[in-house]
Design a protein around this ligand. Structure first.
Ligand code: UD1
Length: 374
C-alpha cells in the first residue's frame, strides 16, 4: 500500500521569512512524501506577495491580519487565533517556521498548544541582549524552547542552542537565504532607479527598519548618511524605504532633498540582488543583508549596537558601527578612501552557507518521520 503524503504547514508572515522559506517550500513540493501547505498570517502584504510571485508560490491559506500601525500584541493575538483554527482544519504533522518574527513565534505557540512538532529554520541566533533586537531576540529564544527540530545555519548557532539546553535535535544546515540568493542571482537581475546612473557613482545601498532604531537613532543614522555624501562627492545613496510609516517619514524628511539621495519603494528581491551587486558598500540594520552581501563580495556596515550574526564580523565581511552619525560616517569614509581596508572586507569568505540548506532540511525532516514509523 502506498502511504499518503504527510501534511505539513509552512507558516510565514513577513518578507524575509518568505525569501528564506521559498527554497524550503520548493524542496518539500518536489518530494512525494509530503503535502506542504503554505500558510500566510498576512503580517505583511505587498512585500510578501512580491516574493511569492517571484518564486512561483501560491498560498493555501492567508489570514490577512495586517493593519496600519499594528502593535505586537495585535499581530500575536490575530495570528494565534487564526492559526489555531487553521491547524485544526489542516491537521499538519509538522509546522515549519523561520527566524524570529512575531508570526514565527505565534505559529510556534499555536502548534505547541495542539502538540504539533515545530521545525525552526535559522535556529540558534542570539545577541544575548533581550531588548536588542526588540522583540526578535525574545521571539527566537521562545521558539527554541518549544521547537523539536532546530535547523542551525552556523556552528555558532549550534553552540548557542546547546547552551540553551533545548529539547529535540539540532542540525547544522547552513542558511536558506543563500539558496534563495543563488537562485535569483542566476537570473541576471537588474535594478533600474530613475535618475541613478550606476556608472557615474559609487553607490551606497542602505536599509533601515528595526524597532530599536526608531526615533532618535533613525535621525542620527540619516545624518551619518549625509556626512558621507558631503565628504565623498562621487557617492550616491540608494535607500529603499520600508513600508512602515514610522520609519519612512523621518528618513524622507531628512534625506529627500539631497541631490545624490535616491529614495525608492521597497525593491523586489531581484532588484535588491542587482542593487547589492551594483553597489560599493552596504549600510543596513537588516539581518538578511548581512548574510547576502558577502556572497556577492560587498562589505556591510551594520547600523546596530549588537548583531546576532557575529560570524560576519569574525569573518571580516561586516563591521558593527552602531547608530551615531560620526561613527557611521568615519567607518564608511575609511572604506571609500582606503582600497586595502575595502578589499580586506570585500574578499572575506561568506560564513553563512553553500546554497544547499533546503535540501538538508528536507532530508532531516524525512528522517524524522522515517524514525517515527519504525
Ligand atoms: C517585521 C518583523 C522584523 C522583520 C521585518 C522585515 C516582527 C516583530 N518584526 O518588522 O523582524 O525584520 O518585519 O520587514 O515580526 N507594512 C505595509 N505593507 C507591507 C509590510 C508592512 O504597509 O507589505 C506596514 C504596516 O502598516 C505595518 C508596518 O508596516 O503596520 C510594520 O510592519 P510590522 O510587521 O509590524 O513590523 P516590521 O517593522 O515590518
Amino acid at each position: 500500500m502506498v502511504a499518503s503524503p504527510i501534511p505539513i504547514c509552512i507558516t510565514l508572515g513577513t518578507r524575509p521569512e518568505a525569501i528564506k522559506l521559498a527554497p524550503v517550500i520548493q524542496a518539500f513540493q518536489r518530494s512525494p512524501l509530503f503535502e506542504p501547505y503554505i500558510v500566510l498570517t498576512g503580517q505583511h502584504r505587498e512585500m510578501v506577495d512580491q516574493v511569492m510571485a517571484l518564486f512561483d508560490l501560491r498560498a493555501d491559506r492567508d489570514l490577512a491580519i495586517m493593519q496600519p500601525k499594528q502593535t505586537l500584541t495585535e499581530i500575536t493575538c490575530r495570528a494565534l487565533q487564526g492559526l489555531e483554527q487553521l491547524y485544526q482544519e489542516l491537521l499538519p504533522r509538522l509546522v515549519l517556521v523561520q527566524g524570529d518574527t512575531t508570526t514565527a513565534f505565534a505559529a510556534t505557540l499555536a502548534a505547541f498548544y495542539q502538540q504539533i512538532p515545530v521545525g525552526h529554520v535559522e535556529a540558534g541566533l542570539r545577541t544575548d541582549d533581550l531588548y536588542n533586537p526588540y522583540p526578535e531576540e525574545a521571539n527566537r529564544r521562545l521558539i527554541s524552547q518549544l521547537a523539536q527540530l532546530h535547523f542551525a545555519p552556523t556552528e555558532q548557532a549550534v553552540k548557542n542552542l546547546q547552551a540553551a539546553g533545548v529539547t529535540g535535535s539540532i542540525h547544522l544546515t547552513g542558511n536558506t537565504v543563500i539558496d534563495a540568493l543563488f537562485q535569483v542571482a542566476d537570473r541576471q537581475p537588474v535594478c533600474h532607479v530613475p535618475g541613478l546612473d550606476w556608472q557615474q557613482y559609487r553607490v551606497l545601498l542602505a536599509t533601515v527598519h528595526r524597532r530599536e532604531n526608531w526615533g532618535a537613532p533613525l535621525e542620527d543614522i540619516a545624518n551619518g548618511f549625509l556626512k558621507i555624501l558631503n565628504t565623498i562627492p562621487d557617492t550616491a545613496l540608494l535607500l529603499p524605504l520600508h513600508r512602515n510609516p514610522t520609519v519612512r517619514e523621518p528618513l524622507k524628511a531628512y534625506l529627500e532633498h539631497h541631490p545624490r539621495v535616491f529614495l525608492t519603494e521597497p525593491l523586489d528581491y531581484p532588484a535588491l540582488v542587482a542593487a547589492i551587486k551594483g553597489s560599493t558598500l552596504l549600510l543596513t540594520d537588516s539581518g538578511g543583508l548581512q548574510e547576502e552581501a558577502p556572497s556577492l563580495g560587498k562589505p556591510v556596515l551594520v547600523l546596530r549596537e549588537t548583531t546576532e550574526r557575529p560570524e560576519a564580523v569574525t569573518a571580516g565581511t561586516a563591521k558593527l558601527v552602531g547608530t551615531f552619525a560620526d561613527t557611521i560616517a568615519a567607518a564608511a569614509i575609511e572604506l571609500l578612501t582606503d582600497a586595502v581596508a575595502y578589499n580586506r572586507m570585500a574578499t572575506a569568505i561568506n560564513p553563512f552557507g553553500d546554497g544547499h540548506a533546503s535540501d538538508r532540511i528536507l532530508e532531516i525532516v524525512t528522517q524524522f518521520f522515517a524514525q517515527q514509523t519504525q
